[in-house]
Design a protein around this ligand. Structure first.
Ligand SMILES: *Cc1c(COP(=O)(O)O)cnc(C)c1O
Length: 523
């Protein structure tokens, strides 16, 4: 039972170092911590969840050569067995509805149930992208109203609603910059990106056909303004700057950076993934930003994780708006919101669009949820979101800085996330040990080893939806883990001990994933 299976995972029980744990059970389950086999291992040939008539036997003439020679390799389970299988698997999962996700950079906050209720109204949930315009006016009203709020909150000129994630929004913004530069007849091929940027930034710039150059950070974790100024010139198309940045710090020189980039003929892209920290407090338009994506699935509480779904509208300055993608919504002279496609774009003063980002109009379900969130909070509520998110992060920062090294804490308060490094940990103990220990404590680990500008980064973003009691529980666990590392507790090196699985060979799992199941040879 304890042999590694094909993917290198091991059941937790009975391994060396587990002496303090209860004895193995016959079932493999430990209380409510359930073991579960693959569905193919559970099934029995001939079992089926539904009653079906025997086929009549007649073979359609000419198709007999397609007759199956063997039964399909489907797992044979009854309905209750199938339901239990997936429910048991789901219990091995961690979810935002089970506990906090302190993942820095991800803004994993509570998803209010009101959002879900509204998104499920049939008028929103059942719309089809090809439905005749006159039958889905309400959906266009929602998109247009949300667009209005995003423009208002950011102080920008326009917004492209169709991008389907933050990274897709980055691409949209850079394609606008590219189109604007081409329209000026210039040849600018370089995008400058700070060292601390999210990996999507340089990837997007490269994907959009730009060369990428790094700008260094200064000692307090912000963009080195002097290094940036020196690099600006006629080959630079623009900069991509995250604000607040991925060290959880506000880029105080943002306006000076924008002014200098504009003076040198470039454009300013802002990665707005951290907008949660400043929504209602700071308008990116006032900082000279030309394009910024907003992750609705972060700042505006639409559910995310596991790769989707997302939504990444891009707000645009007056200079870039003419190049934004199609289609878009706009109120016509008849007072009704229309979806504007290519044939009508010129009439709405939008004839320079670079093209499309998606086949249809964007993520309707996310739009509905985000607008519900915005309207239920109101302007004052959104400002409080930012204030509470920042307060919570600073509470975590100040509650842990005496036990973990906090590289930029001396320079002042953080924004919405607190950054620690592995500097203070004793030899042999790493960020990974703290993260794995958190699993035993019943928490999802924080973001680890990002951003790259500090060694062994631990980036903790509590968000505004965690209470003080909840934060205190998390802090108690973190302090205990830091103390175990300080006391060179060997059991921390092999954590997690209480999870369904122990330490995985993550390299092996990423490089050689075992994605198929083969029946064991008979005998
Ligand atoms: C999440 C994130 C992105 C990418 O957004 P996706 O919606 O995941 O594509 C980009 N930059 C930063 C700083 C982020 O946190």
């Amino acid at each position: 039972m304890n042999a590694p299976n094909a993917s290198g995972w091991r059941p937790a029980m009975g391994e060396a170092g587990d002496h303090e744990l209860p004895l193995a059970t016959a079932s493999g389950d430990k209380g409510l911590a359930l073991e579960e086999k693959l569905i193919f291992e559970l099934g029995r040939p001939g079992t089926c969840g539904v009653d079906m008539d025997e086929p009549a036997g007649a073979v359609v003439p000419g198709l007999s050569k397609f007759l199956r020679k063997a039964a399909p390799a489907l797992p044979g389970l009854s309905e209750p067995e199938t339901v239990r299988h997936y429910t048991r698997l789901s219990r091995q999962n961690y979810a935002i509805d089970l506990g906090p996700f302190p993942l820095g950079s991800c803004t994993m906050k509570h998803n209010p149930r009101l959002n879900e209720k509204v998104a499920r109204f049939p008028g929103f949930a059942d719309v089809h992208p090809l439905a005749p315009q006159r039958t889905v006016r309400g959906a266009y009203e929602v998109i247009n109203e949300l667009a209005h709020w995003l423009i208002e909150l950011t102080g920008m000129h326009g917004v492209a609603m169709t991008p389907k994630a933050g990274a897709h929004g980055e691409l949209c913004g850079l394609l606008c910059i590219k189109a604007a530069i081409e329209a000026r007849g210039e040849d600018r091929k370089i995008i400058l990106v700070p060292e601390s940027a999210h990996g999507t930034n340089p990837a997007t710039a490269a994907f959009a056909g730009f060369g990428v150059e790094n700008i260094p950070a200064n000692a307090d974790g912000r963009v080195d303004l002097d290094a940036l100024l020196v690099r600006l010139g006629p080959d630079v198309a623009g900069v991509m700057i995250t604000n607040p940045n991925t060290c959880g710090l506000f880029e105080r020189d943002m306006k000076a950076i924008s002014d200098a980039v504009h003076a040198a003929g470039g454009y300013v892209y802002c990665d707005g993934a951290n907008f949660n920290a400043v929504v209602g407090k700071v308008r990116p338009g006032d900082l000279g930003i030309d394009a910024m994506h907003i992750n609705l699935h972060k700042t505006f509480s639409t559910p995310h994780g596991g790769g989707g779904p997302g939504s990444g509208p891009v707000v645009l300055s007056e200079a870039l708006s003419p190049f934004g993608p199609l289609p878009f919504t706009a109120k016509g002279k008849d007072g009704v919101v229309h979806l504007i496609e290519e044939e009508d774009a010129a009439a709405y003063g939008h004839s320079q669009s670079f093209g499309r980002m998606a086949a249809f109009h964007g993520q309707m379900g996310m739009f509905t949820r985000a607008l519900t969130y915005i309207l239920s909070h109101g302007a004052d509520g959104l400002r409080q979101v930012a204030e509470d998110a920042v307060l919570n992060a600073n509470y975590v920062l100040r509650s842990l800085e005496d036990v973990l090294s906090a590289p930029f804490a001396k320079a002042g308060p953080c924004m919405h996330e607190a950054l620690f490094s592995d500097d203070g940990l004793p030899d042999g103990f790493t960020t990974l040990d703290i993260a794995k220990g958190l699993i035993d404590e019943g928490f999802h680990p924080m973001t680890v080893y990002f951003p790259l500008v500090v060694h062994g980064a631990m980036l903790i973003e509590p968000t505004e939806t965690e209470s003080k009691d909840g934060l205190d529980r998390f802090i108690t666990s973190m302090r205990s883990l830091a103390a175990r590392a300080r006391n060179v507790d060997p059991s921390l090196k092999t954590a997690p001990h209480h999870a369904p699985r122990r330490r995985l060979d993550e390299t092996q799992a990423a490089r050689k994933p075992v994605l198929t199941w083969k029946e064991a040879p008979a005998g």
